[in-house]
Ligand binder design. Structure first.
Ligand code: FMN
Length: 213
């Protein structure tokens, strides 16, 4: 089939989420100007630069009445210039899902999901203790995405990763990250996810290219 998204897809459910998979999940902590903590998952998330390490997340419009139309993570990141990304793992999957609840700006999803906030080193938003890897990020740019209807429903936030925490037990004797122990989860389409385990990882040497030192 071929379809132009502006005209609709004709399928029972929009397939787009299933066509860009698997997606890493940015599990984003922010604080508002009063210090209220916010935590939410964003699978329109990725690493976009290696040096300096830079990530992005993309937030759609808020469905909560009485807000300015922006999701809390977006508003907070833009107002304070800071966010933290917490790595979503198999062990944190239920809590991660719970933190996607549509709550008001003054409600703390971290507390709701029974997670433990711990202080960051360089930025105000706290980290999720239960997550074994956290990136402390400073916003470097945001882009409102225009679409063919002239609407700007999504805003992409780029953040330079200024501090990286890695649980020591994930670092193997050879200095590499133990992906099996980390047990990442990723977003698929619909309500589906996938997991990464030791037996689903495979290695391919890239010809004549060894930059990862
Ligand atoms: C796994 C997962 C991935 C999500 N990815 C996104 C995303 O990329 N962009 C988005 O706007 N909402 C996404 N959502 C929905 C938000 O998490 C949800 O709207 C949340 O309430 C936003 O919270 P906030 O207003 O506190 O930022 C996702 C939800 C889940 C469960």
């Amino acid at each position: 089939m071929f379809y132009e998204p502006k005209d609709g897809h004709g399928l029972a459910k929009n397939p787009f989420n299933s066509l860009v998979v698997p997606r890493p999940i940015g599990w984003i902590t922010t604080v508002d100007q009063a210090g209220n903590v916010n935590l939410a998952p964003y699978s329109f998330f990725n690493g976009v630069a290696y040096n300096p390490p830079t990530v992005m997340f993309s937030a759609g419009a808020s469905r909560i009445e009485g807000t300015d139309g922006r999701k809390d993570s977006l508003r907070n990141a833009l107002e304070t210039g800071e966010f933290v990304h917490n790595f979503a793992t198999w062990d944190t999957r239920e809590a991660m899902n719970q933190t996607s609840a549509d709550l008001g700006p003054d409600q703390d999803e971290m507390a709701l999901a029974g997670l433990t906030p711990i202080a960051s080193t360089l930025v105000k938003p706290p980290r999720v203790k239960e997550s074994p890897i956290q990136f402390e990020c400073k916003v470097v740019q945001s882009v409102e995405l225009p679409n063919t209807k002239g609407e700007h429903l999504y805003t992409v936030v780029f953040g330079e990763v200024v501090g990286i925490h890695i649980a020591d037990d994930l670092i193997m004797d050879n200095g590499q990250i133990d992906i099996g122990k980390l047990h990442p989860i990723a977003r698929m389409g619909y309500q589906d996810y996938s997991e990464v385990t030791d037996d689903t990882v495979f290695t391919m040497e890239r010809p004549g290219f060894h930059p990862y030192t």
